[in-house]
Design a protein around this ligand. Structure first.
Ligand code: GLU
Length: 441
């Protein structure tokens, strides 16, 4: 049975980079009829905040990425300590006492000698007496997992065959000096005990994966299938890491982006399949294939979300947006017409307010100097509101007859005078919604 998890640390709002991870894991689970776990990686009590946990749930809910259950690492510390004891008993866990400054110095020396900055395992040579002395002097040490120095290999769902020399990686610290259990061990214990079969995460985790495979194996767990997606860059290929804070999902939501537009983009970006607007989750699940994704950095441009949002909105019926339209104060009997007229002329639902203001209060007329007399003449021929379906046709015919103007020279100045815009809805359909014409004043 396929089980995946999305495992954010509640230390900030989730952004488009996290969404890529969440979505891929969600789609894999749903496509296989499996389980999708929301796992809160909150082993760091200082940086984890409850309001971020709430915000993560809210953001996933907004997108419709519903989880089957929530797990919290902070409630599973016992299990992690039990695993640590097992590793200790197997001789795969050792205490080390170097201070961060000492480690830094070692790294610099190695780099100066052209060597990779890998922990030298000096602590393995310490006798019990030496350890006791260091403990008395410095307090508890950190606990490192002793990697087997062999090649660690797996077939990655996106990157293909990977082979990493364990000797090129430092023995990972799994327990800090203050006793805090670190993510690597917690994650491995969870993945094993929760029966996680597929792990998709960012390619910044590739080295973690290598060490985690050895820890899982040492603990007798089944190694999940791993896939590492490429990191997102900005539209010009620039690193996004610093800007991801400004691409929080809640900010995109506040700027009017629609969930299905965002999901449609993220389910295809970086794959060899074209981005296609999907209007429901079932279609998205159906069209998802992780093997189509490539390893090259993936360009993300938030501007791409708006045309998709606009197209998505055009697929909605009045019932889908009725509350929003009523909220603007559009009378019930005009709601249907208003939506059908406005929906092709909006990028986000927020734009509806502007069109309704034009209908209700009239627009600031835009009149070119050359058109002043023409518009004045036309306004004199415009009947009083309320207008109906025939108003525009009859009026423009009368204006044409009176002025001799036709085509664009006839219609465009009238559109601009009535709506203040060069583009917009079909005027014939819009007229019955116009309650005030300020160009007439
Ligand atoms: N909490 C980790 C992160 O956000 C999870 C990584 C993983 O998927 O294992 O990077």
């Amino acid at each position: 049975m396929t089980t995946t998890r999305f495992a954010p640390s509640p230390t900030g709002y989730i952004h488009v980079g996290n969404l890529r991870t969440a979505l891929m894991n969600y789609l894999i689970a749903r496509k296989a009829g499996g389980t999708f776990i929301l796992r809160i990686d909150d082993t760091d009590p200082e940086r984890s905040k409850e309001h971020y946990v709430d915000a993560i749930k809210e953001d996933l809910d907004w997108l419709g990425l519903h989880w089957d259950r929530v797990e919290r690492q902070s409630e599973r510390l016992e299990q992690y300590h039990a695993a640590a004891d097992t590793l200790r008993g197997m001789g795969r866990f050792y205490e080390a006492f170097e201070t961060p400054t000492e480690l830094d110095l070692k790294r610099k020396k190695q780099l100066n000698m052209g060597k990779p900055p890998v922990y030298d395992r000096a602590a393995l040579a310490l006798s019990d007496d030496e350890k006791a002395a260091l403990r008395a002097e410095r307090g508890q040490g950190v606990w490192r997992f002793k990697l087997d120095h062999e090649r660690i290999e797996w077939t990655d769902g996106i990157l293909g065959d990977i082979s990493i020399d364990a000797a090129s990686v430092s023995d990972p610290v799994l327990i800090r000096q203050d006793g805090q259990l670190l993510y690597t061990l917690a994650s491995v214990v969870d993945d094993t005990e929760m029966g996680v079969t597929d792990v998709v995460r960012g390619s910044d985790h590739v080295t973690n994966t290598a060490t985690q495979i050895q820890i899982i194996t040492a603990l007798g767990g089944a190694v999940p299938r791993f896939a590492h997606h490429s990191l997102l860059t900005g539209p010009q290929g620039e690193a996004l890491s610093k800007r991801l804070g400004t691409l929080a999902l809640r900010d995109l939501r506040d700027s009017g982006v629609q969930p299905m537009a965002l999901l449609s983009l993220m389910a295809r970006l970086g794959s060899s399949d074209p981005v296609e607007l999907r209007t429901d989750m079932a279609e998205l699940i159906d069209g998802f294939d992780i093997t189509r994704f490539g390893s090259a950095p993936t360009k993300f441009d938030a501007d791409d979300l708006y045309p998709l949002t606009g197209r998505y909105l055009q697929t909605l019926s009045l019932t889908d947006v009725a509350d929003r339209i009523a909220g603007l104060g559009v009378p019930d009997d005009l709601a249907d017409r208003f939506w059908s007229v406005a929906r092709e002329n909006i990028t986000t639902l927020d734009d509806l307010a502007g069109w309704w203001a034009i209908c209700r209060d009239g627009a600031d007329p835009v009149i070119a100097d050359d058109d002043r007399d023409f518009v004045a003449q036309a306004m004199a021929l415009l009947p009083q509101a309320p207008f109906d379906d025939g108003t525009w046709g009859a009026w423009t015919k009368a204006v044409k007859d009176a002025t001799g103007r036709k085509g664009k020279g006839l219609f465009m100045p009238l559109r601009k005078a009535l709506t203040g815009q060069e583009r917009g809805p079909d005027m014939g359909a819009l007229m019955p919604l116009l309650q005030v014409v300020r160009a007439r004043d």
